[in-house]
Design a protein around this ligand. Structure first.
Ligand code: ATP
Ligand code: MG
Length: 411
């Protein structure tokens, strides 16, 4: 436990000295015990949000559904939450839908209440910094040893309360290499369809956690194994179920690239991920439209249709969907441009992502290999043409690095 953030220890100490119970909890404890680097440190306490605010000057209260305190230390944020209870023990602050999905929960409770409302046993370990012990209310230590991901309580009920837990199960089993216990698996199979009721914006957040945390390949395999891909990327799911082997290789390579990029600290963007996942549908539609339209408008029509379907499942902010369309629209150009037009394409801001996409396609479609090699060569013979978006802009206005510019390089 030497790797605990000093700031988290300071927060625990301040809460304890003020007479409150306070523990490090969740992914931070889990990852430390497994010898992994925690992403963040969360604290759970008996202090109410107002009491927390009184103790810390650098504190912000956030959240409507449940009020949390963020204690800010420069770039590090320590999240502090008051012990929460499940509705049966509480004062009835939760509302449920017919399906059993919980829409609101804001009832305070004891540390035990707080433990059993968490999702998986291994996420419900509490570290007490005063005596340096780990408290285990749910049998998590045994599950850690046998590498088992087990939902706390009645799996079917817990999965219905919040179907996103099914996606979290896929993600944690991928990230940690844990097997999912039988009852949890059955609940995921039975309740997975409730994911259709989850707001697309929340599913977009889950997509990022699944595919941009360095475990994209393993997450993708788990999603397929548990038949959950259909709720995130229906077009990709259909293509795979129809036996599209080329797409299977294409997507596996793209995700392996994503994992490598993250491992080596390179940027990744959802624009490229979505371009990959939606490609079977966009390509198929574009092939139909090209009978009546020129290639680029045909791809753009296909793009709009594919994105419209996708947005009913997971959202994709405009700052990503615009580059996604551009990656696709560049494909027919990359397939045929030569001479001056080719050089102009080369100096466009989105060239790199479009070219990476072409290379991926060439990996499964040998007829594109020659074109991909041609673009590889021309970048070497014309290095000055490659991606210098500021060059043109400086004439009219000050160069500005937009978010998209920085995120532009492919997955
Ligand atoms: P990581 O941050 O590595 O993805 P984590 O376990 O910290 O994993 P978070 O989403 O940060 O996951 O959530 C922190 C903790 O809050 C979890 O460990 C779990 O105890 C609890 N939790 C989060 N989401 C849910 C949920 N949907 N249902 C029940 N408990 C949850
Ligand atoms: Mg976390």
């Amino acid at each position: 436990m030497q790797k605990i953030s000093g700031n988290a220890l300071t927060v625990l100490d301040t809460l304890n000295k003020a007479g409150f119970e306070a523990y490090l909890v969740g992914g931070g404890v889990r990852d430390l015990l497994l010898g992994q680097e925690p992403k963040d440190f969360d604290i759970s306490t008996s202090a109410s949000p107002d009491q927390i605010r009184e103790l810390f000057r650098n504190c912000r209260l956030i959240g409507r559904r449940f009020r949390l305190a963020h204690i800010l230390f420069g770039r590090e944020v320590i999240e502090v939450a008051t012990f929460r209870a499940h509705h049966e023990q509480g004062e009835g602050g939760e509302t449920e839908e017919e399906s059993g999905r919980i829409l609101r929960d804001n009832v305070f409770g004891t540390v035990e209440d707080d433990a059993i409302r968490r999702d998986f046993t291994i996420n419900a370990l509490y570290y007490n910094a005063q005596d340096r012990t780990v408290i285990d209310y749910c049998g998590a230590m045994q599950d850690m040893q046998s590498k088992t991901l087990r939902m706390i309580g009645e799996s079917a009920v817990r999965c219905a309360e919040d179907p996103v837990r099914a996606l979290r199960a896929a993600r944690f089993s991928a990230k940690l290499g844990f097997q999912v216990d039988q009852a949890t698996r059955e609940a995921m199979a039975e309740k997975g369809r409730l994911l259709r009721e989850i707001p697309p914006a929340r599913l977009f957040e889950e997509v990022l956690k699944l595919f941009h945390s360095g475990h994209a390949c393993a997450s993708f395999d788990r999603l397929r194994e548990f038949d959950l891909l259909q709720y995130l990327f229906p077009a990709a799911d259909r293509a795979l179920k129809a036996g599209d082997d080329k797409f299977e290789t294409f997507v596996s390579r793209a995700l392996a690239n994503t994992d490598e990029r993250i491992l080596s600290g390179k940027p990744v963007t959802p624009a490229f991920l979505y371009a990959v996942m939606l490609w079977p549908k966009t390509r198929e539609l574009a092939m139909q439209y090209v009978a009546e339209e020129p290639p680029v408008p045909a791809v753009l029509m296909a793009a709009d249709e594919a994105l419209a379907e996708q947005l009913q499942y997971t959202s994709l902010p405009k700052r990503f969907s615009i580059p996604t369309r551009e990656i696709w629209a560049m494909q027919p150009r990359l397939e045929c441009y030569i001479g001056k037009r080719a050089l102009r394409l080369l100096s466009g801001p989105r060239f790199r992502a479009g070219y990476d996409f072409l290379c991926l396609r060439a990996g499964v479609s040998p007829e594109l290999k020659e074109r991909a090699d041609w673009w590889t060569d021309i970048q070497q013979t014309h290095p000055h043409e490659v991606v210098r978006p500021e060059k043109k802009r400086t004439r009219t206005r000050k160069p500005r690095r937009t978010r998209n510019n920085q995120e532009n390089t492919g997955a």
